[in-house]
Design a protein around this ligand. Structure first.
Ligand SMILES: Cc1cc2nc3c(=O)[nH]c(=O)nc-3n(C[C@H](O)[C@H](O)[C@H](O)COP(=O)(O)OP(=O)(O)OC[C@H]3O[C@@H](n4cnc5c(N)ncnc54)[C@H](O)[C@@H]3O)c2cc1C
Length: 297
């Protein structure tokens, strides 16, 4: 049994996304070591869909494949100035810090901008992890910009409390409309617009509506965009006959993770969209049972 992992370390978001102060990496390493003791082989630095495809895995002699590539593709705001230096996707920011240990640069090779005025856009757990990471990297002012109110924030309440306790500022009912930069191409601020809540949208949450003439600028030397992620597209795109929905997530037939392709199962964020560790683990267990039955026929 082999796990193929694109990065140089196994563990997924638990290693590259969730910071050490929330989930010590020694815990994840112990879990991975346990799998290896059970006989699981782990091949890192292997991007399935690039180095080899799912069909090539079958040709090599594997009888079943479980796809758990997550929903780690970054989403940006698509507003003017987004290419300025100092603007990160939350994925890149957290990966540099957590996986590549940029907070210990130059002892580790990967650098990270240690911004003094850091703005994080978004209201989910990823935004809270990013803003608290910014504080630990030495930010003097770390601000969350979120377009609704705290009531609608998708982050867990305790994450918001921890961020407040640590001194994070919250600019609520605020939406970025443009990044401002200096002549060297570095971000210097985020032009924002105040919002008010209107009628509920399809998610059931009240839709934020811009307040005319309310624009103002929040100074920033670093911006982290944490407004969501998308399905990782490489495996679905290189696996003919694998059904996906309109947003690129793999369609499964039932809770066992069976897909439209014989012998191919899928689970975790690549099926549900960004969700939780426990759901991804549960999906893996259910698929493991189903794959065992499939191989025992
Ligand atoms: C910053 C952050 C904080 C979070 N905090 C929490 C939390 O507190 N509690 C909670 O329950 N959930 C949290 N989540 C969500 C949770 O981490 C995810 O729901 C869960 O990790 C999904 O597991 P997964 O196995 O589906 O995908 P992932 O954990 O994303 O793992 C997918 C793995 O597949 C690899 N991969 C991708 N493409 C390929 C390819 N083509 N070939 C080979 N390998 C590939 C990736 O490198 C990655 O290692 C958080 C997410 C983030 C980003």
């Amino acid at each position: 049994m082999t796990i193929f992992e694109a990065l140089h370390k196994p563990g997924g978001v638990l290693v590259y996304g969730i910071p050490e102060f929330r989930l010590p990496k020694a815990i994840v390493e112990a879990e991975v070591d346990y799998l290896m003791k059970l006989g699981v082989k782990i091949e890192t630095n292997t991007v399935i869909g690039r180095l080899k495809t799912v069909d090539e895995l079958f040709a090599e002699g594997y009888h079943a494949v479980y796809i758990a590539v997550g929903a780690g593709a970054p989403v940006f705001m698509n507003i003017p100035g987004e290419n300025l230096s100092g603007i990160y996707s939350a994925n890149e920011y957290l990966t540099r810090s957590n996986l590549m240990k940029a907070y210990r640069f130059p002892e580790y090779d990967t650098p990270i901008v240690r911004g003094k005025q850091v703005v994080v856009i978004g209201g989910g757990n990823v935004a809270m992890d990013s803003v608290r990471t910014a504080l630990r990297l030495g930010a003097e002012k770390a601000t969350i910009i979120y377009r609704r109110t705290e009531v609608e924030m998708p982050a867990r309440i305790e994450e918001v409390h921890h961020a407040r306790e640590e001194g994070v500022q919250f600019q609520l009912l605020t939406n970025p409309v443009e990044y401002i930069g200096n002549k060297d191409g570095w971000v210097t601020g985020v032009r924002c617009q105040r919002m008010e809540l209107g009628e509920p949208d399809e998610s059931g949450r009240r839709r934020p509506v811009p307040v005319q003439g309310s624009e103002f600028v929040i100074p920033a030397d670093t911006v982290v965009v944490a407004v969501g992620t998308m399905a990782n597209p490489i495996v679905p795109a290189t696996t003919p006959g694998l059904e996906t929905n309109l947003r690129g997530y793999i369609v499964t037939k039932d809770a066992s993770g069976r897909t439209s392709r014989e012998g191919v199962y899928a689970g975790g964020d690549i099926v549900t969209g960004s969700a939780t560790v426990i759901l991804a683990m549960g999906a893996g267990r259910q698929a493991a049972r189903a794959i065992h039955e499939y191989l025992s026929r």
